[in-house]
Design a protein around this ligand. Structure first.
Ligand code: SF4
Ligand code: SF4
Length: 518
């Protein structure tokens, strides 16, 4: 780190200052960070604290590898893209600082709450992997570290209970399905609005309040057939992950994904036997649980006899591409997992690879494209979604400022670390709204919920859609207004209304397509 006042500021420090890092000077008020808030957040406000210490920090089962730690030359080029460094300007909340903590842990330092807090507050966004010129594999380092934390560190009772609730619920579609009815009733009765107006929701514990704010709007469930035949000549037989949260709360995204793939010549198989892919567990350090989910997923898709496995949720895709590493110690599964991971494709990757067959009909909309971290940074997939969206006539893509910075969703991060997640969400909402686009499009359900909630906190509305829904609307020749009237955002932004008025005129000259979705 530079010693302020002694000589010129290093390049990475200048870059950090330029994009608004550096603690309390971070981000003007409109982005949601007030002076002094940075320090408070670094204290872990709203986060259950423990007072345990485990020495040494790491046991011998895959500790963070010294060789990978040694790749870090402490240059600091990763700092400006690290969201937590951006918020707080704290060295130990940067990739370099966390790597230092791993190193002292390897040297025998105890794992205490302070160390765990810095690891927990890492979003696992992997922006540092993208920006590191030395090729440091921070993804492997933090994965190993989180597994050590989860296995060894005694979290507080409150923390354990909250995490148990998440991990006994979210990866299980049958359990999630039981919530659909009560949630729908809660949302339709506008009980939440009344409770919020009465100030009662504000009294909930921070993490429970975050859960309420991030609830997806529960609409009509769209079925996903186990096999969707290819339209015309079959080019591929692909498996499709239907996911757990995605299957229950974003069934319309799955239905759109299958239609687009089928339209472009894929026979789509969504095996009924598939469950959760294990992404949430893997990214939270729950190694054994993630491995069990991974084995089940591999077996389900092997039995389906598919060429590739298509994933429409960025976090799931990045986890499934990591199965080879996750199961490397298991002699019965290591090779199968490696072969499986090599066949996993994000939806946009496969569509770009195949090239379009179905005609894309015009969608005269301006679209802000949000790179989900687990797609752009973890999988390196950036060009393909832009390419497939760019092939839609009339659609204008707009880049979001600070596109490399995480929106704060990051799996279950916005539930377990709600305060920094909220600050990052506010910052992202500012940048997204600045594009003036009609519609926000991304490839991850978590990002959709997180950004929608942040936009609504500002009293604004911006329709959001998954990339599959946009492509599906284009292939079906749907009215662009059907995307702007997305059920996840009941009212339209001013820009959207203006655009819709003009696009309605354009569409009057288009041949009629299938009816718009509800
Ligand atoms: S992780 Fe990479 S960019 Fe960051 S300090 Fe280390 S070598 Fe530099
Ligand atoms: S994964 Fe993201 S939050 Fe974690 S150290 Fe890297 S850039 Fe920072």
């Amino acid at each position: 780190m530079a010693d302020a006042g002694n000589g010129p500021e290093p390049a990475h420090e200048r870059a950090a200052t330029a994009i608004g890092a550096r603690g309390q000077h971070a981000v003007p008020g409109e982005a949601g960070v007030e002076p002094g808030q940075a320090d408070r957040a670094t204290e872990g406000a709203g986060r259950p604290e423990g007072d345990a210490a485990v020495a040494p920090a790491f046991d011998l089962h895959h500790p963070p590898e010294q060789q990978l730690i040694d790749d870090c030359v402490h240059c600091g080029f990763c700092l400006p893209t690290c969201p937590t460094y951006l918020l707080w300007g704290e060295e130990m909340d940067s990739p370099r600082g966390r790597i230092y903590l791993m190193e002292i842990g390897l040297q025998g330092e105890a794992m205490n709450d302070e160390m765990v807090r810095h690891f927990d507050q890492c979003l696992g966004c992997m922006a540092c992997v993208t920006s590191c010129p030395s090729g440091v594999q921070y993804d492997k380092l933090i994965e190993a570290t989180r597994q050590q934390v989860e296995r060894r560190y005694p979290r507080s009772r409150r923390d354990r209970a909250f995490r148990a609730l998440i991990f006994r619920l979210f990866p299980y579609p049958r359990r999630l399905r039981l919530l659909r009815g009560p949630l729908r009733l809660y949302q339709r009765s506008r009980l939440g609005v009344l409770l919020r107006r009465a100030g009662l929701l504000g009294r909930l514990p921070e993490r429970v309040g975050a859960m309420e704010r991030l609830l997806p709007t529960v609409g009509r469930a769209e079925p996903l057939p186990e096999v969707t035949p290819a339209a015309g000549q079959r080019r591929r037989r692909v498996g499709m992950l239907s996911g757990c949260v995605q299957r229950v709360f974003f069934s319309e995204v799955n239905a759109a994904t299958a239609r687009v793939l089928a339209a472009d010549g894929c026979e789509v198989v969504a095996p009924a036997s598939q469950g959760c892919c294990g992404a949430l567990s893997l990214h939270a350090g729950r190694e054994a649980e993630a491995q069990a989910f991974a084995r089940d997923a591999i077996a389900a898709f092997e039995a389906a006899g598919v060429d590739e496995v298509v994933v429409n949720a960025a976090g799931c895709g990045s986890a499934m591409k990591d199965y080879g590493h996750l199961l490397r110690d298991d002699p019965d599964w290591a090779d199968r997992a490696k072969a499986f991971s090599a066949r996993v494709r994000d939806l946009s990757e496969l569509l770009a690879e195949l090239g379009p067959v179905a005609e894309r009909r015009p969608l005269p909309l301006t679209v802000a494209w949000h790179d989900a971290c687990h797609l752009a940074h973890a999988q390196g997939v950036r060009a393909q979604p832009r390419e497939v969206l760019g092939a839609v006539p009339g659609l204008e893509l707009r880049e979001v400022g600070e596109g490399e910075i995480c929106c704060g969703s990051a799996g279950v991060y916005n539930l377990v670390e709600p305060e920094p997640a909220r600050e990052l969400g506010d910052r992202k909402a500012t940048n997204v709204l600045a594009t003036g686009a009609d519609l926000l499009v991304t490839s991850n359900p978590g990002c959709l919920m997180q950004i929608r909630a942040a936009v609504e906190r500002r009293g604004e509305r911006l329709p959001v859609a998954h990339v599959a829904e946009v492509l599906d609307a284009s292939v079906r020749g749907a009215d662009p207004g059907s995307l702007l009237r997305d059920g996840r955002a009941q009212s339209m932004s001013l820009a959207g209304r203006r655009r819709l008025r003009s696009t309605t005129k354009v569409n009057e000259s288009q041949p009629p397509g299938p009816p718009p979705r509800s």
